[in-house]
Design a protein around this ligand. Structure first.
Ligand SMILES: [Zn+2]
Length: 69
C-alpha cells in the first residue's frame, strides 16, 4: 500500500477502518436522516441521523446510527 501525504483540504474526509479493504482508508463522511419504519408508533418522529461513510478506495458504504438512545 502506498502512503502519500495528502493535504487535508477535503473537510469531509476521514481515515477510518474499512472492513472491505481490511485497512484504514480515507472515507467521505456525510450525515443522512433515515426514517425508521419498523415502529408503528411515532412514525413521524422516528427519523434518525445516520453517519454515512464511503470508502474512497473501494466504494463500500457504511451506515452507523448516531443516536443510540
Ligand atoms: Zn474500502
Amino acid at each position: 500500500m502506498i502512503t502519500m501525504s495528502v493535504p487535508q483540504s477535503n473537510s469531509n474526509e476521514m481515515v477510518e477502518q474499512c472492513e472491505n479493504c481490511a485497512a484504514k482508508t480515507p472515507h467521505s463522511v456525510s450525515v443522512e436522516l433515515v426514517t425508521e419504519s419498523n415502529k408503528k408508533e411515532n412514525a413521524a418522529f422516528s427519523r434518525e441521523p445516520y453517519r454515512l461513510t464511503e470508502c474512497t478506495q473501494c466504494g463500500a458504504e457504511t451506515r452507523q446510527r448516531m443516536n443510540n438512545a
